[in-house]
Design a protein around this ligand. Structure first.
Ligand code: SF4
Length: 370
């Protein structure tokens, strides 16, 4: 191994450890505001390690006892990172975006409409309500989509006009490079595709910004053509867990859409959006073994779908808040062979036009690709 390869291997290890163990902050206000609640992974903060921005848990039970501690940033915005009291690295924090200071004419803070994720991604949850979340028996047990709404940190439905206004400001003021639109599931037919279409259409009319839409597989594959025509460049349909028993236990509502429908939808969507432009989130640490995750990833790669494997973050206030995050060893057992497989098949994070796979902040997967 040459010096550069050793340095890359050390960075990979550090990022995987940080995402697994979390981080304590001497100055919780350092950098951009951390994220609490909401759809998808949360309770974390953007941290830059060796030029890669990753999301690191800072509000979870694990992170409160983490051996990692970040000292307050210096004048250049860099912090000393300590492990068990010993300095191990210098890390940075992306700064608070300028668009957070603005609000719409009717008084909604831009930050309640969309937020900065990672280093240069604008992210929104178009519908902050979900038919799955309405019942404790159907809800995805890891999800906190209702928490930020209940806390008044967001609004229930971001209109197309509001999204277009904020997207334009985030591009002009903060140079965001792409945008992620996820949504709670509003019905059992289009499952969110329709609201993503109207949002994308308005955003693309206001500003040129690569867009990812994220929803459950709609009941009709014609929605993929419609989403593409509306301006959505890449599509995420998130498996979360890969074996039927884990799916049924962790997300009883969403698991009523069977794996077979996901696989058919992936194949159809890849024909529309192109190889590598359809992706799925897989949360490691919910009960699937590394072998089961890797087997599913092989099937997805064969379809041209990018499997974005992310360490599960136990979010406070959810039924899984006490479930431990996966260990760094578990994550390495998945990410090392997966990174090599992605490289072998030419499916790379950097070739994705928009979205979580391109951002790569919620997982250190992309640094295992090279
Ligand atoms: S990977 Fe996706 S959810 Fe994670 S920070 Fe990036 S855009 Fe947000």
């Amino acid at each position: 191994m040459n010096d550069e390869q050793s340095q890359n291997a050390a960075s990979r290890r550090l990022m995987t450890e940080l995402q697994s163990r979390g981080l304590r902050l001497v100055d919780p206000g350092a950098g951009a505001a951390s994220r609490r609640g909401g759809a998808g992974p949360s309770d974390h903060k953007a941290v830059t390690v060796d030029g890669h921005t990753i999301m690191v848990p800072v509000h979870t039970a694990t992170s409160r006892h983490s051996p990692f501690l970040a000292l307050p940033p210096d004048a250049a915005g860099m912090s000393e990172l300590r492990f068990d009291g010993n300095a191990v690295a210098r890390i940075g924090f992306p700064r608070q975006p300028r668009f957070y200071a603005l609000q719409t004419f009717d008084g909604v803070p831009y930050q309640h409409i969309a937020t900065l994720h990672g280093a240069d991604v604008l992210a929104t949850t178009v519908l902050q309500t979900c038919i799955r979340y309405a019942s404790r028996h159907k809800t995805c047990r890891f999800c906190a989509i209702g928490q930020s709404l209940a806390a008044g940190r967001t609004i229930a439905h971001k209109t197309p006009e509001q999204l277009a206004e904020v997207a334009r400001a985030a591009v002009l003021l903060d140079g965001v490079k792409h945008m992620v639109m996820t949504t709670g599931t509003p019905n059992l037919t289009d499952r969110g595709a329709a609201v993503l279409c109207e949002s994308a259409f308005a955003i693309k009319a206001a500003v040129e910004l690569p867009l990812q839409g994220q929803c459950e597989p709609p009941d009709d594959d014609r929605w993929f053509e419609r989403m593409k025509a509306a301006g959505i460049d890449t599509l995420g349909m998130h498996l979360e867990a890969v074996t039927p028993a884990v799916r049924a236990r962790i997300m009883p509502g969403k698991a009523t859409v069977p794996l077979s429908r996901y696989m058919d939808a992936f194949a159809a969507a890849a024909c529309v959006f192109g190889r590598g432009q359809v992706s799925t989130y897989i949360l490691a640490g919910l009960g699937d073994t590394p072998a089961a995750i890797l087997e599913m990833c092989e099937r997805l790669i064969a379809l041209g779908v990018y499997p974005f494997v992310v360490p599960f973050v136990p979010i406070s206030g959810t039924p899984l808040e006490s479930q431990p995050a996966p260990t760094a060893e578990f994550m390495r057992a998945v990410l090392e062979p997966l990174g090599a497989a992605l490289e072998r098949h030419g499916l790379r994070s950097r070739d994705i036009k928009a979205g979580c796979g391109r951002c790569g902040a919620c997982s250190s997967l992309s640094v295992y690709e090279s």
